[in-house]
Design a binder for this molecule. Sequence first.
Ligand code: SF4
Length: 283
Amino acid sequence: MRITRARHAGYCYGVQRALKIAREAAESSEKPIYTLGPIIHNPQVVKSLMRHGVNAVKSVDDVKEGTIIIRSHGVDPEIIRKATEKGLKVIDATCPFVAKAQQRAADLVNDGYNVIIVGERNHPEVVGLVAYAGHKAIVIENAKELKNLVLKNPVGVVVQTTQSIENLNRVVESLLYKVKDLKVFNTICNATSHRQEDARRLSRHVDLMIVVGGKNSANTTRLAQICRETNERTYHIETAEEIDGAWLKGVEHVGITAGASTPDWILEEVIERLKQESEKQEV
Ligand code: SF4
């Protein structure tokens, strides 16, 4: 059985950067270190950071002293202000691509645009983008949600960095029927585009596609959706233990990809397990 790993798979620049910042903070500080929410959407990595003294909290209210790390998704600037006022040290690990989208949202509002954010309304990155747009933005998840919206010109669009280009295209196409004055910032990051393009291409050529990453990770879930569109034998797993040997019956070629928050060691374990299961099938 052949196993092909997508060229772009696993940790992205923003996640690597946030993890490096968290590890360095843990090594250099005596006081407790916290992240606002899990630093990345990968339970295995979050557990390993806890062993190094980096713990996730839900809110600034849960922290009395020490350091708060803002994770790569970014936050409402009000939260940073609150933490600073409380005397906490704030380390901002917001991914530069997310920071760019935040800036675009703020600029559009300042320039008088009615802002639409394309993304998952409850995702922390989108919650932060809404705050940067002065809480005046409308969030839509897809083009269907535009149907009953009455929009005033001019309209400005920014996108959650991990959305798919197809979803953005459908939204923009629908908007063109509704408004005349439209400005679109494609704030989907390169890491996301590359992972999605590779996954789409690979899933067309294999018998089975495995997508590895946190079940709570938006970008991994989207990768799985994209693969499923072209290959219905797609499985989204978090760890190697979830692999069921029965999936491999009659399979000659397996494709593997992973979300931006999946470490390499988990991918390697998955590949190893697939090899073992494949050998069992051959016996
Ligand atoms: S997926 Fe893109 S925007 Fe998100 S952390 Fe990674 S590089 Fe940054």
